[in-house]
Design a binder for this molecule. Structure first.
Ligand code: SF4
Ligand code: SF4
Length: 87
């Protein structure tokens, strides 16, 4: 069995848009969101950013892990089925 820690990484990973293989993605309710930035601090992918102090999500980078939805203190993020995805 191949040791996953030493297995070679496919060169295709360089072109891999990781968000594509998820069937859910975070949806931010901007009516509720206070732009506190807490979700940005917890996102492991750096997919959440501030655009002139407004917090936004880059779906090109997001892997759909759901950490931001768990860590938003006011539950302004919910994980929703990605449009066109099959579960
Ligand atoms: S943690 Fe919640 S309230 Fe704060 S910026 Fe993120 S979505 Fe908005
Ligand atoms: S679902 Fe995960 S990767 Fe996507 S924005 Fe939230 S914390 Fe970041």
């Amino acid at each position: 069995m191949t040791d996953p820690m030493t297995a070679p990484v496919s060169s295709a990973m360089n072109d891999f848009e990781s968000e594509r293989w998820r069937v859910v993605r975070p949806t931010m309710d901007k009516e509720t969101c206070t732009d506190c930035g807490a979700c940005r601090n917890f996102c492991p992918m750096g997919a959440i950013y501030a655009d002139e102090k407004v917090i936004r999500i880059s779906y090109d980078v997001c892997i759909g892990c759901g950490i931001c939805a768990v860590d938003c203190p006011i539950h302004a993020i919910t994980m929703q089925p990605k449009p066109g995805a099959h579960s």
